[in-house]
Ligand binder design. Structure first.
Ligand code: GZL
Length: 349
């Protein structure tokens, strides 16, 4: 009889349980299998459980703290991450912070307590991450930034950044405006729907756009406010812009969802979006591309949400201790009406 058997039999008799060992081992096996499928404790927002599968992940557990579900872009980004984790055989613990930084910080802390192998997240805003990222560093859990960046000066707090160049997207949108109005005498009155205040895309897109239009003083941003990257808020703020009585020649929306909300407001005011008020946007999600093809939006700079496959490759490399580039930017393009019409049938999101 093995030592285990001796200890096992002894402890059970002392406890007064009369259970055959076979039955107890079977019960333990069932319990262990049930534990393997249990969900995550994200500490905030909503979460989904481990989604292992696919094989090849060598039992890697990734904790991902998502911004929220504020836009079509975010929905596509979440799907890409969840599908890619399954495909890569990586166990994904996922949380939705509902656009609140405190929920993302809680989620990261819960992943540290659960001792996940890697943490990845899209920081809802640029600032306020050093404390929790230092906690991950002290716990020897590597962190990958996806989509949005942080403004920390300590580059040792994360292994890499995977995402877009938002400043470039702003330049692309602004350059289209400068070209579109090259023969117009001016003034060209611009309303701006900014993304989430303090977020990297909002800060950087504004920087790039402003750099382009300030090449000619006829361009003036006469109204600018955050629409929080959502359709509802974009509509609400655009209604206020329209009610201000200030002339609006063009709307610059930091994402398609706010542009789509603004379209509802413009049509509600009896005006034609894309004609009475031209619209320039960023993302190129399906509904934005449809509005572009329909002539209600005039130009979109693409921002790809399909970061999942690259993220999972990075997770495996980082877990294996391999070196990875400090910054990995996604390939993107721009669309006018003809390009959107041609691209729509094959769009994945
Ligand atoms: C950009 C991403 C932004 C999108 C919005 O990478 O962070 O957040 O442009 C989304 O649609 O809400």
């Amino acid at each position: 009889m093995s030592t285990f058997d001796t200890v096992w039999e002894t402890s059970l008799e002392e406890e007064g349980f009369v259970l055959s060992k076979k039955r107890v081992v079977a019960m333990l096996a069932v319990g262990l299998l049930a534990l393997a499928g249990c969900g995550s404790d994200d500490g905030g927002g909503s979460s989904s459980g481990a989604s292992s599968g696919g094989g090849g992940g060598d039992n890697i557990t990734l904790g991902f703290a998502q911004v929220g579900a504020e836009s079509g872009w975010r929905t596509a980004n979440t799907k890409s991450i969840q599908d890619s984790a399954k495909e890569a055989g990586i166990d994904l613990k996922f949380s939705d912070a509902q656009q609140k930084q405190e929920n993302q910080i809680k989620a990261i802390r819960s992943y540290i307590q659960q001792k996940v192998d890697v943490i990845a997240f899209s920081p809802v805003v640029e600032s306020g991450w050093d404390a929790v990222l230092n906690e991950a560093k002290r716990a020897n859990i590597p962190v990958i930034l996806t989509d949005r960046a942080v403004d920390s000066q300590d580059k040792s707090l994360y292994k890499t950044f995977l995402g877009s160049d938002f400043v470039k997207e702003g330049h692309e949108a602004g350059a289209w405006v400068v070209n579109e109005y090259k023969d117009a005498p001016g003034p060209v009155n611009i309303a701006e729907l900014q993304g989430t205040t303090g977020s990297a895309p909002a800060i950087d897109r504004k920087e790039g756009f402003t750099a382009e239009i300030s090449k000619d003083p006829k361009f003036k941003i006469t109204q600018s406010q955050t629409g929080e990257f959502t359709r509802a808020k974009g509509k609400e703020v655009m209604e206020a812009f329209l009610k201000s009585g200030k002339k609006i020649d063009l709307l610059f929306a930091h994402n398609d969802d706010m542009a789509l909300g603004a379209i509802e407001a413009i049509e509600g005011a009896g005006l034609k979006p894309g004609k009475d008020i031209k619209i320039v946007s960023i993302d190129a999600v399906h509904d934005g591309m449809q509005a572009l093809a329909d002539g209600k939006i005039n130009f979109i700079a693409e921002c790809s949400p399909l970061l999942g496959p690259q993220l999972m490759d990075l997770v495996k490399k980082v877990k294996a201790g391999e070196s990875v580039p400090a910054r990995i930017e996604t390939e993107e393009t721009t669309f006018d009406q003809a390009a959107a019409t041609a691209a729509l049938p094959d769009r994945k999101y």
